[in-house]
Structure formats: structure tokens, C-alpha cells
Design a protein around this ligand. Sequence first.
Ligand SMILES: NC(=O)c1ccc[n+]([C@@H]2O[C@H](COP(=O)([O-])OP(=O)(O)OC[C@H]3O[C@@H](n4cnc5c(N)ncnc54)[C@H](OP(=O)(O)O)[C@@H]3O)[C@@H](O)[C@H]2O)c1
Length: 231
Amino acid sequence: MIVVTGATGQLGSQIVERLLDRLPPDAVGVSVRDVDRAAGLAERGVRVRAADFTDPATLGHAFEGADKVLVVSAAIRGSGAIAANHAAIDAARDAGANRILYTSHQAASRDSLFAAQPTHAATEEHLAGLGVAFTALRNGFYASTLSFSIGTALETGQLVAPADGPVSWTAHADLAEAAAVALTEDGVLDGVTAPLTASEMLDLENVVPHERVSTRRDIAGKRSASTETST
Ligand SMILES: NC(=O)c1ccc[n+]([C@@H]2O[C@H](COP(=O)([O-])OP(=O)(O)OC[C@H]3O[C@@H](n4cnc5c(N)ncnc54)[C@H](OP(=O)(O)O)[C@@H]3O)[C@@H](O)[C@H]2O)c1
């Protein structure tokens, strides 16, 4: 059985769908915090069990009988994130999984100033030290988070952002497909993967025109955009 955590989240839910394209439902299990939110999966024959990374005693039951466990990094900020990820990974090992997978990040680094990245780096190191086959999926920056960077530009016509560089903004759907391949095709993605990203890199000035806003340079370090009338 393959068990996926975070299956009521945006990425985890898409990964489960891509697994169900490939496997019978009784070969798939999910670990979720709220089983009611996964009732649809249970009706389809997926094993649904409750667990919370911050309550490690719950994890053994959720991972019981798993050959592979995919730990989707929990949406936990701050100092508890590393302990939570480690608890999930350790529980997967204790359950006897012969491969443990983890959704890391393309920018995982102990030295990063972006708070999530030292967490991913520490989790990768923990995973690599377990002595179990592993895959750290170095997922690209989510394209869905672009809305935070763009802010209200589409309404105001003004895009103001600090100096930025090109980013290979990546769709959840593509990352879900990659995770499903890693879970079902042995050896294709082993260890710390190459960055799993979109093939094109765009900075905000390239992204915003796709949303029918034209851009122009403003003062140094800032950029502004004015909305074009869409036809
Ligand atoms: N690559 C990137 O650019 C990027 C950007 C943002 C985040 N991320 C990481 O990618 C992960 C998945 O992204 P997403 O878009 O699927 O986010 P999401 O929809 O917010 O899903 C996060 C998942 O974490 C689960 N979770 C939160 N606290 C937990 C806990 N204590 N124990 C177990 N599970 C817990 C949530 O469970 P519930 O469904 O019960 O709430 C949810 O399923 C995020 O959690 C974050 O670590 C990556």
C-alpha cells in the first residue's frame, strides 16, 4: 500500500488522484487530520485514517502496512515544523515502509533566509540518514502563490514589488504527476531529486502581462504596471 499525507490539501489531493489513475483504490491510503473531509475518498475505496504530525502517537495507525509513505510537508510555520516532519518520517520508517518520500523544495538550503528552506534542508538530511530508500521531491515554487506577489495589480493596474528575478513557477498539477511517478515507478526518482519545475522562468514583469496587464519600469527597485483594456 502507498500512503499519502496531506490528502485534504491542495497538493496531496491531486497526488492521490494521479495515484488512482494508476492503482486500484485499495492500494492507496491517506493520512489526514479530518477524516470527514476525506469521506469521498473512503467511498471510492481508499483507506482513510486520521493522524497529526504534532501528535506522533497517531501516525503509526495511519501508516500501518505501508510499503511507501509520501510525507507532504505539513503547513506548519515556526520551530515546530522540523519536529513535525521528522515525526512523520520516523513513523513511516517504524511502520516498515521500504521507501519514504518527502515534498521538499527546489530552494532547500540550511543557509536560506526564506524560513521554509532550512526546514526542508534539515528534513532532507534527516531522511537521508535513516538508512531507508528515500526520495526528496525538490518541488518548484508554486505558481498558485503568484497571487501574493502580484497583489492587487490586476485591479489597480499598479504592480509594486521589490527587485525580483526569474522563477520557474510550477503548477500543482505537474508536481502531483511527478510525485505519482516517484511513488509508482521504482528508481525513476531516487534520493534528492533535481528541481522539479516548469520549463520556463519568468519574473513578475513577464507574469503580469499574461494576466493582461502591461508593465513599465518605475523607480529603482520597484516596478509598476498599468492595466490594459481587455477585449
Ligand atoms: N513549493 C512551494 O512553493 C510551496 C509553497 C507553499 C507551501 N509549500 C509546502 O507544500 C505543502 C503542500 O502544499 P499545499 O499547496 O498542498 O498546501 P495546503 O493545501 O495548505 O496543504 C497543507 C497540508 O498540510 C496539512 N497539515 C497541516 N498541519 C498538519 C499537521 N499538524 N499534521 C499533518 N498534516 C498537517 C494540511 O492538513 P489539512 O488538510 O487537515 O488542513 C494540508 O493537507 C505545504 O504544507 C508547504 O509545506 C510549498
